[in-house]
Design a protein around this ligand. Structure first.
Ligand code: 13P
Length: 251
């Protein structure tokens, strides 16, 4: 049985003071032993505060991006070893906003995945088609390419530290969620790609999340599907009540 993972992606929201309030609220609402893993992926400047505020709780901390080099002359960037040193356990890589606005390619995504895994981070690798790609009928081609190129050189043993987040770009921040069936279909297809590249056992073990307008109202339906092992939640992760409801729905 795969353990579900609910991860919040705060994107570029919340100062450290605001972050402290949100995780305090959240820790109160999901106290005890949730049936899933809970992660909040926060802006770099919030990491120290959130690591401290979540100590002793079930909430784990992630970053939203990193640079692929270990260190060096890359002004403004943050490396995987720096994240680890700050108590970060997870990192989101290849989010569609980074691909769209910051020119990330399957090749840079792959370099970041390998660097993160080498440093001991768990990776949430984001894949997903645009509306034009879905309408042109190349959803599977797109997801297959992003998964395969994103994981070049990643061993089956390392795959244990990789989560794939299927996030259709047309569903992100739009309020338009993929239907339970649409999300399930592409998550199942993604699992098939892992079976093809690695093995049936690897495909069976890997956690595949859905992301894109997941909220307190639609989470239970999406999370009840056989190939959806969690969620990568944007807007709704900024509200403690809604995020806690999604965590409960994963139980
Ligand atoms: P929304 O939940 O706001 O649509 O964002 C999804 C997302 O991009 C998570 O990474």
């Amino acid at each position: 049985m795969r353990r579900k993972v609910i991860a919040g992606n705060w994107k570029m929201n919340l100062t450290p003071a605001e972050a402290k309030v949100l995780v305090g609220d959240l820790a109160g609402k999901i106290a005890g032993n949730p049936a899933c893993d809970v992660v909040v992926c926060v802006p770099f400047v919030d990491i120290a505060t959130v690591v401290e505020a979540t100590a002793g709780t079930c909430i784990k901390v992630g970053a939203q991006n990193m640079h692929q080099a270990e260190k060096g002359a890359f002004t403004g960037e943050i490396s995987a070893p720096m994240l680890v040193a700050c108590g970060v356990e997870y990192v989101v890589i290849g989010h569609s906003e980074r691909r769209q606005y910051f020119s990330e390619t399957d090749e840079t995504v792959n370099a970041k995945v390998k660097s993160a895994l080498a440093a001991g981070l768990k990776v949430i690798l984001c894949v997903g088609e645009t509306l034009a790609e879905r309408e042109t009928g190349v959803t599977e081609e797109t997801v297959s390419r992003q998964v395969k190129l994103g994981l070049v050189g990643v061993t089956e043993a390392q795959l244990a530290n990789v989560i794939i987040a299927y996030e259709p770009v047309w569903a992100i921040g739009t309020g338009v969620t993929a239907s339970d069936e649409q999300a399930e279909e592409t998550c199942a297809f993604t699992r098939g790609v892992i079976a093809e590249v690695y093995s049936a056992a690897a495909a069976d073990a890997i956690v595949i999340q859905y992301g894109g307008s997941m909220n307190a109202a639609n989470a239970a339906g999406l999370l009840s599907m056989g190939n959806i092992d969690g969620g990568l939640v944007g807007g709704a992760s900024l509200k403690a009540d809604d995020f806690a409801t999604i965590v409960t729905a994963a139980g």
